[in-house]
Design a protein around this ligand. Structure first.
Ligand code: SF4
Length: 481
């Protein structure tokens, strides 16, 4: 593999690892969560061994793949629009093949081929190792489908090809699938049962990233807190494990400890957590290691006990407060972000007020907030009417977003006058004379470039802020550099 500097449409310089002997071109577009972007790097690696190099120019591609998201109706509409666009290009370049990957492929399966004439291949999130066979079928003019979900597959033995990489921060997946059956969520149906990856293969990937100049790793999973390795078995079967397996099992706190110790100068983040599975030892592991960032993404979805129950979220409002209190007690400056759903079936004004008062209690640093979107096949879609009127959903969502905006500014203002360690990721989107990076709390920091470089740890004095960005001036290198 050789390093090639290329540019995407936005003009960002990208580090691509290409094999100069490869003759075919792969164009891959990813939508949805970080897991999908990480999976696309697995796909690029598997196809690199089949003679494909990735290209940023879709028009010149032999194979166009879309890694799809199914979390909301809008996400699927976006994919359909892209397929129409590819259809237009395919008329000019008939040898081009199109495939859909990810959660929408898993949800629709072969129906996709019937619905979308443009699609030649449908591949589910656990079937990427079958891509060489599927591409061969398509090359022979046949449609190809593999949407079999697996209880073992973690792609732990596939070295990802970093796509759209800034060469500084990278994702490393640690679990796949999810066993929680939140009633609004398609993930358990599109990504299957929860399974954890061998910690050795995770540490090897982290060490390899360090050698290649990366300075930050985000450990990824639908639900990282339920990470549990005891030799390859599923978490739900742990009670049947041998005493030796139980004694040597590695849970998420153990994995954080291993990673932070293996590369003490590498920064570590993780996503996504689930309040019902997060344990004190994870928070203590974060406090113990300076190189584990002081930020937790902790979706709650609603502040009402009645709605949490209807969502099958296995914690109460009070238990969530206790977790927040423990986080703030053990790591006082820990930043916390949320996911929130407005207008879940049967949600009353009182439930909505519970959500607002929970937000007032936590004062999140930022959040991802959406109106409820019924997903086919989920428990909520099967058992509950989507009965909250659209205008009510919209009004409640606006109130949630406005409150978050107020709290985000309150949180960023706490940083003014402080000196923060920042890892430089690249140029600021707004000014070429400025670098952007993030502090340990995952807040974006912008400051003049001077002689500092991408990938360096710099101490920045914060002079001003917006609700999303801290603005300051570098005052020297951090000891971590
Ligand atoms: S924890 Fe719930 S919301 Fe998150 S992926 Fe699993 S089922 Fe979906």
């Amino acid at each position: 593999m050789e390093k090639i500097i290329d540019e995407n449409k936005q003009g960002d310089s990208l580090v691509l690892n290409q094999n100069k002997d490869n003759q075919r071109k792969l164009y891959i577009e990813s939508y949805g969560c970080q897991m999908n972007f990480s999976d696309s790097e697995i796909v690029a690696s598997i196809l690199a061994k089949e003679g494909f190099n990735t290209t940023q120019q879709m028009e010149e591609a032999d194979l166009v793949l879309v890694n799809t998201c199914s979390i909301r109706e809008k996400a699927e509409q976006t994919v359909r629009k892209r397929l129409e666009h590819f259809n237009a290009v395919k008329r000019i370049n008939p040898k081009m093949k199109v495939g859909v990957l990810g959660c929408m492929a898993e949800r629709l399966k072969s129906k996709f081929l019937e619905e979308e004439k443009i699609v030649d291949m449908v591949v589910g999130p656990d079937a990427y190792k079958d891509l060489p066979n599927l591409v061969a079928e398509v090359d022979e003019g046949r449609d190809a489908v593999n949407v079999i979900l697996s209880k073992e597959e973690t792609y732990g033995d596939v070295a990802p090809v970093r796509l759209n990489s800034n060469g500084v921060s990278a994702f490393v997946s640690i679990t796949r699938g999810c066993d929680n059956m939140c009633t609004f969520c398609v993930v358990p149906f599109t990504r299957g049962r929860e399974r954890s990856r061998d910690p050795q293969s995770i540490i090897e990937e982290i060490n390899d990233l360090w050698e290649r100049g990366f300075r930050e790793v985000t450990l990824l999973g639908q639900n990282v807190d339920s990470y549990l390795w005891y030799g390859g078995g599923l978490k739900k079967d742990f009670d049947k494990a041998s005493d030796m397996q139980k004694a040597t099992a590695v849970n998420f706190a153990g994995l954080l400890d291993m990673a932070a110790t293996a590369q003490p100068k590498m920064r570590f983040r993780f996503s996504t957590s689930n309040p019902q599975d997060m344990t004190l030892d994870v928070i203590e592991a974060m406090a113990k290691h300076d190189n584990i960032c002081k930020y937790i993404h902790l979706p709650v979805q609603s502040g009402s006990d009645r709605i949490l129950k209807a969502m099958n979220r296995l914690h109460t409002r009070q238990e969530y407060f206790e977790l927040i209190d423990n986080i703030k007690r053990i790591i006082p400056d820990c930043a916390i972000s949320q996911d929130m759903i407005a207008g879940f079936p049967t949600e009353t004004e009182e439930d909505h007020q519970d959500t607002l008062s929970l937000m007032e209690y936590v004062k999140y640093d930022f959040g991802f907030m959406f109106a409820y979107s019924e997903r086919p096949g989920t428990m909520a879609a099967r058992k509950m009417d989507d009965d909250v009127p659209e205008d009510v959903k919209k009004r409640r969502l606006t109130e949630i977003i406005n409150m978050q905006q107020k709290h985000s500014l309150y949180r960023t203002q706490q940083h003014i006058g402080k000196v923060e360690e920042v890892l430089i990721e690249g140029p600021s989107k707004k000014s070429d004379a400025h670098w952007m990076g993030r502090n340990t709390q995952n807040t974006v920091v912008v400051f003049p470039k001077e002689n500092y470089k991408v990938g360096e740890f710099v101490n920045v004095r914060i002079d001003e802020c917006t609700s999303a960005t801290l603005i300051g001036e570098a005052v020297g290198y951090s000891d971590n550099n």
